[in-house]
Write a protein that binds this ligand. Structure first.
Ligand code: N01
Length: 490
């Protein structure tokens, strides 16, 4: 274990994506070196390492989708693509000396809290264990790809893979390709594949709302300006933040404000798709914002290409060489791409997390995952979640939320390092009150408008989204209040 420069508890971080790296940089900057990051992959980047499908890019502006303390003046475009985001994260890890703290190719299978010693014992993939006083989960919400259990799926004898497990060894150029799903991943994949596949059939269960993406390459003079005058970049970032932040009004405060983006959607669809039948298929039947709103300049034009077909009939089964829709029609394919999303509501699954008194985290969450501020969970002392329950956004950059959470966890680590506290465990009443209020707020948002989405668990409870302004969340997480926690003197 690395030696600390200041008195601090030992810290184990799970995941080396945006969250884990942010946490580690803040620890290093505070002079705390007693931490280890466990990463199941062979490199840093998390979702940006895993998702390498053609067209993978961020739908939040580059300057906003970056750490506030680690600006990059030379983003190549307004909305960065996956390789550039990955290389930014690799740069952050190198620059802040994080690599020596990361154990790559090391999966954490579970963790158990030892009440007598106030230590978390982590069970690692190779069967060994590792102990730390503080456990921080930074595994994200979208790390377990799901492939629907369509009858006959296993019988398909040709390549079939999930968008987050892209098979770069499979050449799709000139092939007959099926894409299942119309979420944020699919709308980036489809335009790229449509250009080179002989034919592409998109199986759409629900149509997404797609509006224009204000994307463009940055000009050299802009990059030079950002480098020479960092405050210009800061102003640019602040403006983008404010613009995105205002969007929560339509999601959560005044749904009538959704009329504006809806008008943009209608105009976009009408300008890009001439065929009225196709337009009808591509018009969603649910309230805008209920599922994630998509931005793309080439999705609709791709669907209007002669080699592309949008199928809205339900998939009945998958056969050896194709997909059979409920009407009995079989289409033959050389490959199937499942852009079918992630198991988003199980959070730390498949890890087994055992807290005080043998309490299992997933049993504690049998009525739906919840945490106080999305960060701490009653019964699980010294466990902190980054991007935990109800901290996802429909309107702004998740990096902002992560930084707020990291500020809060740093406060906790300082408190635990003071030598006065044995552990920090949120009071059940505080967690309950917080979540009751949160769910009341969510009930009035557009996400509760009756559609299905990855924000809802099996019982229909929204366990993923934060329903307010992000600056309100930042304010709440600025300082850890000891009164929210059960007193546990050292
Ligand atoms: O997954 P999704 P995703 N038959 O769950 C369909 C982030 N992200 O990977 O809507 C037919 O959104 C399902 O249909 P329906 C972003 O937060 C960000 O695309 O349930 N279809 C849906 O269309 C995003 O929201 C970026 O009716 C089936 C699709 O599969 C999140 O990741 C880029 C089906 C799944 O969509 C997830 O996006 C990419 C079935 N049996 C992703 N089962 C950025 O730009 C499921 N579907 C930052």
């Amino acid at each position: 274990m690395a030696r600390s420069h200041v008195a601090a508890p030992s810290v184990a971080i799970i995941g080396a994506g945006f969250g884990g790296l942010c946490m580690a940089i803040r620890l290093i900057r505070a002079g705390i070196a007693s931490f280890t990051i466990f990463e199941r992959a062979s490199g840093v980047g998390g979702t940006w390492l895993e998702n390498t499908y053609p067209g993978a890019a961020c739908d939040i502006p580059s300057h906003l989708y970056a750490f506030s303390f680690e600006h990059k003046h030379d983003w190549s475009r307004a909305y960065a693509e996956q390789p550039e985001i990955l290389s930014y994260l690799q740069h952050c890890a190198r620059k802040h000396g994080l690599l020596e703290h990361i154990r790559f190719n090391t999966e954490v299978r579970g963790a158990t809290f030892d009440e007598r010693r106030n230590l978390w014992s982590l069970e690692l993939g190779d069967g060994s264990t590792y102990e730390a006083a503080v456990l921080i989960s930074a595994v994200g919400q979208l790390n377990r790809p799901t492939i629907p259990n369509v009858p006959g799926r296993e019988t398909f004898a040709r390549p079939a893979f999930h968008s987050a497990q892209w098979r770069h060894d499979v050449e799709l150029g000139g092939k007959r390709v099926a894409v299942i799903g119309t979420g944020a991943s699919a709308i980036q994949i489809v335009p790229e594949l449509a250009k080179r596949a002989a034919s592409l059939v998109l199986f759409q269960r629900s149509a997404p709302y797609v509006i224009p993406k204000p994307d463009r390459p940055y000009r050299s003079f802009e990059k030079s300006l950002f480098r020479a005058l960092p405050f210009v970049q800061k102003v640019n970032r602040a403006l983008k933040y404010a613009m995105h932040e205002s969007r929560v009004i339509a999601f959560a405060y005044a749904k009538a404000a959704m009329a504006l983006p809806r008008a943009a959607f209608v105009k976009h669809l009408e300008s890009q798709v001439a065929d009225p039948d196709l337009r009808r298929k591509l018009t969603p039947d649910y309230q805008m914002g209920c599922k994630r709103i998509m931005i793309s300049n080439d999705y609709y034009t791709a669907l209007a290409r002669p080699n592309v077909e949008v199928v809205t009939d339900a998939i009945g089964r998958i056969a050896e060489t194709g997909i059979v829709t409920a009407d009995g029609r079989e289409r033959e394919f050389d490959a199937i791409v499942y852009a079918t999303g992630f198991a988003s509501t199980g959070f730390l699954l498949p890890m087994r997390i055992t807290g005080r008194g043998g309490l299992d985290l997933h049993s504690a969450w049998r009525d739906g995952a919840e945490a106080y501020l999305g960060i701490t969970v009653a019964g699980f002392p010294n466990l902190f979640l980054l991007y935990g329950p109800n901290t996802n956004l429909g309107h702004n950059s998740i990096v902002y939320m992560l930084e707020s959470q990291v500020t809060y966890v740093m406060d906790a680590i300082r408190a635990l390092g003071s030598g006065k506290l044995a552990r920090l465990e949120v009071r059940p009443s505080v967690q309950k009150r917080y979540n009751e209020r949160l769910q009341r707020r969510i009930a009035g948002t557009v996400w509760a408008a009756g559609c299905t989405s990855w924000y809802l668990d099996a019982s229909g409870k929204n366990v993923n989204n934060w329903p307010e302004f992000t600056f309100a969340y930042k304010r709440r997480t600025k300082k850890l209040k000891l009164r929210d926690y059960i007193p546990a003197p050292a």
